[in-house]
Design a protein around this ligand. Sequence first.
Ligand code: FAD
Ligand code: NA
Length: 378
Amino acid sequence: MNADLVVVGTGFFGLTVAERLASAGRKVLMIDRREHLGGNAYSEAEASTGIEVHRYGAHLFHTANERVWEYVNRFTRFTSYEHRVYTTHRGEVFPMPINLGTINQFFRSAYGPAAARELIREQAAELGDRVPENLDEQGVRLIGRPLYEAFIREYTAKQWQTDPRELPASIIKRLPVRYTYDNRYFNDPHQGLPVDGYTAWLERMADHPNIEVRLSTDFFDSSQPVHQAAVVGQVPVVYTGPVDRYFDYAEGELSWRTLDFETEVLDVGDFQGTSVMNYADAEVPYTRIHEFRHFHPERDYPDDRTVIMREYSRFAARQDEPYYPVNTADDRERLKRYRDLMAAERDVHFGGRLGTYQYLDMHMAIGSALSMVDNQLS
Ligand code: FAD
Ligand code: NA
């Protein structure tokens, strides 16, 4: 094989490793089992409207990491888009995350920051010193019962398809409440969306004479030349697929949540007036609706058609796309044993969201790939 390194997976982690090493003069062969590159950040124009749709869920770029910000700007410019989310609860729309605007609308009040803080402190004291035994009690302890029950309880139940009284308290460590009217979703100093879309950005990263990309190529398919048994031990491998799959589930399956998306083109210019509307209540089966035109108000999209996507959340089966680690106590035990196997696997470097069983935002996947290049591959 004419390659100094094989990278399994063309998401941000794999692309960052490949681009850095290719620029340093090494020949990199990338494979991906999907028919497109880019991993979960991939997007495409909906055919009848040209509106950019994020196939694997809405992706908003944000970072406070200057090294990552400098790096990503080599491949794309960013718009000035700032993300904001609203939620519908009992026929009324509130700003998210919970802030002074949410509090004053919910309690029909006009509290200033100090009075609102005091109110939430009193409501959160309901359980006294008792250690929360489940997610429900944890929610009450963090923000008090009224806000928890309105905005968090049923939404979380939909995300997990489980009654929060049966979920561990540890799922939610904090529930941020902002005592200002600032409802920007991310606090990071750098945020925005790629001017020419995600796919153009991802393709530019792979556009190097030292990088070859083979799509529709599964690392565990021994009928094609770049498979596990043929490659491992012959050439260094960076593997960004699921870690349990790599070891043929020897230590059991790690559990994930997945999402189902229902995309629809509507004959209206604007469906909901904003990019993301959450649905806090149990009666609505989906967790949120994305309306993609609002991610790019600067673009010249048709004004009589729009694309929306309803999002549903559930536990993943083996054939589903793994999206968010569930991270139960059993998962953590299994992961420990997989880490031992990973350490013993010479010249295979496990990275990215699936390879390390960790939720990583894009900037984290890129930052961690840059570190792997520095520490293990240079
Ligand atoms: P991935 O992008 O998942 O890439 C892994 C690649 O490996 C895939 O292309 C897969 O096909 C390939 N692969 C797997 N197994 C094999 C195999 N056997 N053979 C060959 N190829 C294989 N981040 C943000 O910063 N902002 C957001 O708003 C945001 N929203 C998100 C929403 C959702 C629903 C999800 C799931 C993630 C979101 N992220 C967001 C995170 C973002 O998607 C990740 O940071 C990014 O995808 C990480 O890149 P990665 O390379 O680790 O993994
Ligand atoms: Na997202």
